[in-house]
Design a protein around this ligand. Sequence first.
Ligand code: AKG
Ligand code: FE2
Length: 294
Amino acid sequence: MPDPKLSPIKKLSALKTAKMNNRLPLIMNINHFVYDRINRIKNKSYGKIKNPLAEQIKNNGYAFAESLIPPALIKSIKEKADKLYAENSLINKQHSAAGLTRIKNSLNHIPECEEIWHLPEIKNVFHSLYGGGFRVFDSDVYRTTAKENPEASFGSQNWHFDNITPNMVKMMVYLTDVYEDTGAMRIIPKQKSYDLRKRGFIKRSLADKFEPELTNSSIALEGKAGTVVFFQPQCCAHRAIEPRRDLRDVIVMMFYPYWGEQKHLNEQEKDIIASNRPYLINPFTGKALQGSYE
Ligand SMILES: O=C(O)CCC(=O)C(=O)O
Ligand SMILES: [Fe+2]
């Protein structure tokens, strides 16, 4: 039940948000709903491919696996990322005061990232979730460190749901060993998150009202370099954590269903996918509906 202290309008809005899993315009949800139905019809194996990680994602909103990606691939991506950070010329520093820096055009500068979504172990998870193919909407390599300015913050450091359609699934690949004190993301399982949303936690600005419940019901996603975390960021409340020591490097990719195979990308397509932000998309064309970052 929504919090009885909420005004009627807030109660209604919390219920609508819980129902749709987002705060997007109705028309966008309808567009994706129709797209997903077409996907189910076209993907004959919808619901038939079994994968234990996909089951966990469906049930809990997240799953993690330690050894889906060959260590040599992780090592070469990490080495290239380190080199780019050391050269310091291709780094987006928009949020550097808050400890977040990104590699610009990472798919062209670290082309090995593309190999990840062609690995059978990764493809299987999405084939099971979507009943067939998938597309990658966004791929990003970023680093979190201690803040330079304690007052600074980037949005994801507050508890939030990503405001995206229900068919999207995010994948985070660790390039460093990730512990609580090196910036492991905290996440709240789907059922508990759903309960919080119905009670009125629908956006990040309301997080303070729901503490300490948010923190107490969350877990830190710790894992060695190479760990893959799949999650539904529209279903599970989550937040980025500032490392208290060292740093955390990750690749983050966003997936959505598709009835064909994700093809190999040319340079221009990689450039677009490496800068697609935020995650609002016309699924029929694969095009971003809002701006990107450099
Ligand atoms: O970097 C993180 O730990 C989490 C960022 C986040 O909010 C997200 O990927 O949706
Ligand atoms: Fe997020």
